[in-house]
Design a protein around this ligand. Structure first.
Ligand SMILES: C[S@@+](CC[C@H](N)C(=O)[O-])C[C@H]1O[C@@H](n2cnc3c(N)ncnc32)[C@H](O)[C@@H]1O
Length: 270
């Protein structure tokens, strides 16, 4: 299961297509080679590490703060027969140790305060080998005030924020890491949300709780092998409101013009 912006080659595709194509794009941008070590900061349910191990022959480590994420990531790794290759830690990003050839972090920076960006990039720098390469994928914005709107801030993504590209690039340069590539994914966010919404509505069975559970499941990929958590009725109502609303926001001319809502891929080299 992946819960971040997909990569949309064909808007008629499914969530599974979008997420698989996103994972493939990330792995290709990182130029993963068999035998390399990959670290995933904020690994969620472990889908990226599993995909990279299965399709590119890497081994690695991931961390997540969520206990449920940790348990399910461990279960997904075990179900894929990769427990000897992939280690999952239930720990904050700055407790990660070791050196890695490649680093990835997908829609995790948003959980940090701006004051933490420097510390975050300190850790990115520490984890990479001298010839290492990393890819940071996040929802960015172009404005000085980067807090989400009050509804999202309170009910969906509490305590999250959106970095400006210049903030991320500035930190990378201050840590002597060259920026190799930047890709704006704003045009991919609307179709991803629409696909989530479609599965959500198709599978609702008249119950928002069922719909949300199914939608969370549908956001996944072929690596999803453990039943998703059941949301509370309150969470289900919030997500019912959030999906259509955010789809509209992502497709709005203002956001498309400002490139203010959507993912951003920054590939960097130590
Ligand atoms: C939006 S999810 C994205 C998960 C995954 N990368 C994906 O694309 O499906 C954000 C992830 O970052 C993790 N996270 C947030 N803050 C963290 C921190 N301080 N240290 C480690 N992980 C963190 C969360 O626990 C969660 O697994």
């Amino acid at each position: 299961m992946i819960y971040s912006c997909g990569y949309v080659k064909d808007p008629a595709g499914t969530v599974e297509d979008f997420q698989r194509d996103k994972l493939q794009r990330i792995c290709e941008k990182l130029r993963l080679q068999p035998g390399e070590r990959l670290v995933d900061i904020g690994c969620g349910y472990g889908g990226l590490l599993i995909y990279a191990a299965q399709n590119f022959g890497v081994s690695g480590k991931g961390c997540t703060l969520g206990k449920r994420h940790y348990e399910r990531a461990k279960a997904n790794v075990a179900a894929a027969g990769l427990s000897d290759k992939i280690q999952i830690e239930h720990a904050p990003f700055d407790s990660l140790t070791g050196k890695f050839d490649k680093l990835v972090s997908v829609e995790m920076i948003e959980h940090l305060r701006r004051s933490q960006y420097k510390h975050y990039v300190d850790v990115v720098s520490r984890l990479l080998t001298d010839k290492g390469m990393g890819l940071l994928h996040y929802i960015g914005c172009t404005e000085r005030s980067n807090d989400h709107d009050p509804f999202i801030q309170k009910y969906i993504l509490a305590d999250t924020s959106q970095p400006k590209l210049s903030e991320v690039v500035g930190e990378l340069e201050d840590h002597d890491m060259a920026v190799l590539d930047v890709e704006n994914l704003v045009a991919h966010y609307g179709p991803t949300l629409l696909a989530w919404k479609k599965d959500f509505m198709n599978n609702s069975g008249g119950s928002t709780a069922t719909a949300t559970t199914t939608a969370l499941n549908a956001c996944g990929s072929t690596t999803w092998s453990v039943a998703p958590p059941r949301p509370s009725p309150r969470q289900a109502r919030s997500i019912t409101f959030f999906l259509p609303g955010t789809t509209t926001a992502a497709a709005s001319p203002k956001n498309l013009r400002r490139r203010g809502t959507g993912g951003c891929l920054v590939t960097t080299e130590a």
